[in-house]
Structure formats: structure tokens, C-alpha cells
Design a protein around this ligand. Sequence first.
Ligand code: PLP
Length: 404
Amino acid sequence: MYFFYKKKLKNENMAKVNLNLLKLKKNYLFNDIEKKVEEKQKNQNLEILNLGIGDVTLPIADSVIEASKLSLDELKSPKTLKGYGPADGYQFLKKSIKENDYKDIDIDLGEIFVSIGSKYTLGNIGDLFSADNCVGLCDPTYPVYEDSNIMCGRKNKLFYIPLLEENNFKPRILKKHLDIVYLCSPNNPTGTALTKAELQQWVEYAQKTKSLIIFDAAYEAFISSDEVPHSIYEIPGADEVAIEMKSFSKTAGFTSLRCSYVVIPKKLKTKENISINELWQRYINTKIGGIPYPIQKAAEAIYSPKGQLEVKAIIDEYMKNTLILKEGLNQIGLTTYGGDNCPFIWCKTLKNLTSWEFFDLLLEKNIVTIPGSGFGKCGEGFVRFSGFAAKETIDKALTCIKKL
Ligand code: PLP
């Protein structure tokens, strides 16, 4: 099972390994794909049509870039110089988040923690909880939830909630008790989103069974349907059971800049009645020396009137391209899901091929996707297409797929 080389005990006096790390899969999914693509490109001048990893392709909004440049200028003068910032983020950014993203929702600034990307928060939040908690993960799932729980020693405490075609890829409410449940809506990888009524059932489940929901709303900015909530806190009582995360990577193309936030309501308590909000504050006081000031100024600019317009135009373009991709795949005769409130399309493979077989077939035509089985067993038979791509790339890919 262990993937690192199992050398004989020849380094007996050296530090011992954290055995939990040896329980991870050999490679992180997206690195595997990158390696395959690199291999394909080796010594060839191929045009790769990347509809895979889901990184951004449109330039970052002008107001964001300008704000970060101005903030760097502030560092030139002793009067405006900044040192280490607060571990939970500057008040100016928290205020903008509150006034825009939680206008009609009762949360206070002390419940918002700015972070260096949701991957950091998701990768570390599990450290707050005992290793013997039973954790529910959707299958397929964004791999960070699973890996980070394995790293915390919960490999044998993971319970998978299947996302199936017959349920329209919605996680069904369980009879089983889970201490912690990860929900992602709009969903990576299936591209589908939970309606308010569906999410409400999970909030009620958590209230009844005293579970904690970790709600990943990284793709919230892409929601266009009125039925789909932008925050779990739109559901009454969710502040007693849920942590929520959002990422500027997705909202405003911050994959290189790195900034996100997490909301941890003060009402949230562990079984021992310990405040989860206070625990996280204590945790990051040790682990984060503040998020870079220019990055937080850049994030603040997203909420300026000009920034809002620019960011919306970028999101609209991604969603327009996602629609072109989805309609194109459907016209070719492929069965697709998602893509309405999220720039991901979950596509059934051709001729019952496995996910990897279909991935390889597409890669032969220089098209990169992500094999669904890489996100979990229930992802078998699907691949994920990303709409974070230029229209030209999508058009070329569709022309190639037509000829398959
Ligand atoms: N959550 C989901 C569902 C994601 O797909 C991603 C990144 O792809 C993240 C979180 C991480 O976002 P960030 O760039 O803020 O670390």
C-alpha cells in the first residue's frame, strides 16, 4: 500500500515518517495529467487543446492589477509601509466581503477569515478535529478533501456518498451519522449545483444528527439559476452547522495571486463545546503570517464598482464558452451534465469506454480532459471538460471530437 520506497531499516537513527502520508495515492491527480501531457508534447510542437485542469485563461481584471500596483507603491514609504498583517486578514477586505457577499446575511467580521487559497483552508481545517471523526465525502470528489483527511489519520473513517447519474449527481441524505460532511456546490467535478431545497435537507440532516458541514462554494460566482443559493447561510440554521469557503481564484482569476476566505460562525462548537471559530484563529495565528497586503488590496478591488463589472464580464465569457462546449458535445451525440451554474461539464464517455480510455482517445487528438475515475470510483465512465478555455480552443476541440 505504501508508495514511497520501502527501504530496509538502514537509516535506523533518522527521523521517522508520518505514516498517514504513506496512505495517500501515489500521485495527485492533476500532476498525473500534467505529466501525461508533457510526455505527449515531448520533442513535438503540438498545439494542446487544454480543457482539463480548469485553470483560468482570461487576463485578470484591470482594477485588480491597478490596486495591487498601488499597494506596492505604499510599501515604498515609511508612512504607509505595512509589516506582518493579521493572520485572519485585513479589516478592509473583510468589510468588503461582508457588505457584498453577505449583505443580507447575519455574519460579523470576526467570522470571516481571509486565506491564501481555499486549498490551504481545506487542506488544514481537518487538523481542528479528532482523528476518530467519521467523515462523509461525495464520490466523485475534489481530491483535496480526501487527501487532507487521510493526512489527518482518517483513512479508515472516510465514508463515500455516491453522486450518480440517476440522482442527477446530487448527494442523497443518509441514514448514517457522519461527524463531518464535505459538500461542494456548484460541484467540482460534476458541474451540477444543489438547489436551496436540496441544500436545506442537508442542513436539517446536520442539525438533527449534530454533524458539521464543510461547504465549499468555490464556484459560487458562476451561479445563474435563482434556485441555487450563493451561500449556505441563506438557509436558516446553517450558521449552527456549517463552515463556508469561497475562492477569489474562481471569482476573479486569482489562481496565481492566491486569495480566498472562509466563514466560521461563532455559534459553531465541537462536541466538547469548544468554539471552532476560536480554534481556527489559534491555528492560523501559528501557521499564517498574514496574507500579502498587495493581494488583499487586489481582492478588495473586485468589489469596487469597476471591478464588479470587469469580473462579471470575465465570468460571463467563461460561461458563454462553457455553453458552446456543452452544446457542441451534445450535438456530437455525447451525454453531458452540469455546465449551467459552473464552468465544468461532466461528460459520459463514448462507447462505454473507461474514463482513462476516453481520456487517452481524446489526448491522441491533443485534447486534454480529466478522467472522472480520478475523482473517485463513481466517476468511472465520465470525463470532466473545463469551460475555462478560449472559444478558439473549444471550437478546435469540437471539430476534432466530431471526427472520433
Ligand atoms: N475547491 C474546489 C472545489 C476547487 O475546485 C478548487 C480549485 O480548483 C479549490 C477549492 C481551491 O481553490 P484555491 O485556488 O482558492 O486554492
